[in-house]
Design a protein around this ligand. Sequence first.
Ligand SMILES: *Cc1c(COP(=O)(O)O)cnc(C)c1O
Length: 372
Amino acid sequence: MKIAFNKAFITGSEEQFIQDVIASGNLSGNGKFTNLCQNFFEDKFGFKHSLLTSSCTDALEMTAILLDIKPGDEIILPTYTFVSAANAFVLRGASIKYIDSTPDHPNLDPSLIRPLINEKTKAIVVVHYAGVSVDMDPIMDLADTHNIAVIEDAAQGLTSKYKGRYLGSIGHMATFSFHATKNIISGEGGLLVVNDEKYIKRSEIIWEKGTNRTAFKRGEVDKYTWVDIGSSFLPSELTAAFLWGQLQCLKSIQSDREKKWRLYHRYLSKETQVTIAKIPSYSTNNAHIFYLLAKSKEEREALSSHLKNDNIQAYFHFLCLHKSPAGKEFADDQKFPNAQKFEDCLLRLPLYNNIRDEEIQYVVDSIKEFYK
Ligand SMILES: *Cc1c(COP(=O)(O)O)cnc(C)c1O
């Protein structure tokens, strides 16, 4: 048996919607399928305003423009995350203040934020790792007190909830990814969510190359022109049509994926040698990632080569930003022991919609064999 780490799941309805776009001749962005997707997200998840983007990275860059980030500003974000959030703000001249993970989950530790806040702080970016929610209440309180924005990088978090509220509906803004490795995909693709009313109008302008074309399309102005800075952040209708196909099956995609996750959980929670993911009680789980925690980097490397010998692809995840070639200038040799532990010890197992139950069993058997 050979088990891939990830396989993109195609529902079958994407093709028909793409055919519709081709037949209509309206291939560029901000058309029928873009609107269908945006309305779907707003209705289903309680997002105030949403705009499809070409990637989550693009959506994060839009948040930095919307917050008027400039040199000298500071952004607080976890060191254990993907590079996109840091990059979006550094591109506009900001500095980064890194924050450590909690002891038992890769998510950032809210209790460490307050000492990092000063008059230069403009935003806190939280990342819901593996689709598991960060503890948002203390963060929203801090942001409120100090008048700073909270951006949820919910790239991995679609459909998950924090205390009954969907991820992406809590922060002032939020971003999602439909990259081919996420639960819902469009090859490349993303979403900007704007929950704070005061950013909505400008978000549409930045999205459409700094023009008021969106207002023009709604008939609010009789010509469109350059009104602000911006870029081309919107995806083509071909991408939106693909995404619309996926969204038709959102419920079954999620329930199948959650079943696979629970199967791993059921098999592995009995193994005393194995430490598996913990889901805090305030969060639901969208089964984006199933990971183990080895006791050391050496153990993780040995387990990963053992699995590789059995033709199973299992991967570590983020390399901490505070030690990266481009990110270490913001860290002044600070240590982030929890994040370091997740960099060293976390191992992600193969998980995708049509992984077969026997394949999961095979992975589990190989893990048990390793620990024997
Ligand atoms: C996938 C991911 C991104 C990047 O998404 P793109 O759509 O590829 O730009 C950003 N942040 C996190 C946490 C991610 O997992």
